[in-house]
Write a protein that binds this ligand. Sequence first.
Ligand SMILES: Nc1ncnc2c1ncn2[C@@H]1O[C@H](COP(=O)(O)OP(=O)(O)OP(=O)(O)O)[C@@H](O)[C@H]1O
Length: 456
Amino acid sequence: MAKGNILLVDDEPAFRQLAQSWLSQSGYQVETAADLAAARAQLKRFDADLILLDLSLPPEFDPLHTLQAMAEFNSRPVIILTGHAERQLALDAIALGAWDFIAKPVDPDLLAVVIKRALNKHHLDTELQQLKQQQQTDAGLQRLIGVSTPMIAMRTLIQRIAPTDVRVLVTGPSGTGKEVVSRALHELSRRARQPFVSVHCGAIPAELLESELFGYVKGAFTGADKDRPGLLKMADNGTLFLDEIGEMPLPMQVKLLRVLQEGTYFPVGGREQQKIDVRLISATNANLPQLVQKGLFREDLYYRIKGITLETIALAERRQDIPLLLQFFLEQLLRQHKQELKLDSTALSWFLQRDWPGNIRELKNTLESVAAVAQGGVISMADISLLHPEAVSSEEYPLESNHDGLQLDRAVQQLEVRYINKAMQLSGGNKSRAALLLGLSRQGLLKKIDRYGLSV
Ligand SMILES: Nc1ncnc2c1ncn2[C@@H]1O[C@H](COP(=O)(O)OP(=O)(O)OP(=O)(O)O)[C@@H](O)[C@H]1O
C-alpha cells in the first residue's frame, strides 16, 4: 500500500521525472502537473494527501499568483519549492498556511523528512477532525433512545438532514419526542454552536406572540420603556423551533410567512427592517392539512414550513424501545439522586404491557414518581400499586375467583393489608404518618391493624 498520495506541481520536466522517481521509490504514489490548471485537473481525479508546489509556474511565472491559488489546496499540506531568490516569498507562503519550504536544488533526504512529518501531522489532524465529528454526532443522537425500526430510520434521516438548512416539520402524537428530534437536528447542524430557541406557539397568548417573537421598540405600547429584542433575534444564526405551530393565530401566520419568504421582519412599533438568518424547525401533533382545509392554517405557510416532514410514532407501536427507555431514565435518576434503582421483574412487565397513551413523557413521569416512593433500590409492584391502584387488577395480580364467584371482600382485605404494610414501611414505622399517607385517621388505622392481626 502507498504511504501517501503526492501531487508534484513543477514546470521543469527533468525535475518532475527525478523527484517522481525518488518519491515512488520511497513508497509514495506520485502524480505530476506542469502548471496550476493541470494541478486543478489532477486533483479532480487524484486524491492527493500532500502537494509539492513550485512558486514560479507558467503561464505567468508569477509567484504571487501561485500563492493566491494555494488557498484551494489548503485542506492538505503544501510544501513550497523555491529558488534562493524567492526566500521572502517562501516565508510569505508559510504565513499563508504552507507547511514548509525547500530550496532548490532539492536534497532528496531532506525532502523525504519534510514530507514524512507533514503527512504524519496531516493524518493526525484528519483523525482528530473525524473524532470530533463522531463525538458531535454521538452527543446529538445520544438523547434519542430507541432500537426499533422506526427509531433507526429516524436517526439515519436526522443525520442526513441535519447538516443542510432545509426546513423540517416534525409531526406525531404528544410526548413522542418531537422536541428531542428537533434538538438533535440542531446539534448535528453547522449551527450547533449557535442558539436553539424554542417557542411554544400555543402557550403564548395571541396578543403577546408578535412582540415575543419580533421584539418591540421603545414606545411601541404602554410599558415599552426600552427596545427589546424578540425570540427571533435571539435565534439569529441558529435554529428557531416553533412547537405546536398549528396553534399559531392566523394574523401571526401571515407575519411568519413574510419572515420565511424575505428573511426580514419589523419589531413591533419599529420602522427599521431587521434581517435574520435562522433555520426553522416546526412541530405539531395536529393534522395540518386538515387545519388548512378548515381555514385555520394558511396553505402557503404550510408549504413553506413543510420542507421535509419527520414523523414520530406512538410508543405503543414501538414497544421494543420500552426497556431501553426505562434503562435510560433509570440512569438519569441515578445521576440525579446518586442512588441505584432497579425494577423487579413484575414491575418491569407492568411497564412493558401498558399502552402509554401519553407516550414517552408518560412513561418517564410514571417511572419517576414510582421511583420516588420505592425503597431499598428496587421498584416493585407494591410501589406501583400505591400510585396506580388500578395496576393490581393487571395480569400479575389477577382477580381472585373460586366456585363462589369473585371474592370482592377478600380482594379488598388483601389490598388493604398491602397498602398498610407499604405505608408503615414508607413512614418508617410511624403510625400517625402512615395513617396520613393512607388518608385514614390514626384511630382508623389502628383498628385495621388490629383486625388483620398485623405485626407492624
Ligand atoms: N427517543 C427518546 N429518547 C429519550 N427520551 C425521549 C425520547 N423521546 C422523548 N423523550 C423524552 O420524553 C419527553 C417528551 O418528549 P418531547 O417533549 O420531545 O415530546 P413531544 O412530542 O415534543 O411532545 P409535545 O407534542 O407534547 O410537545 C421528554 O422528557 C423527552 O426527553
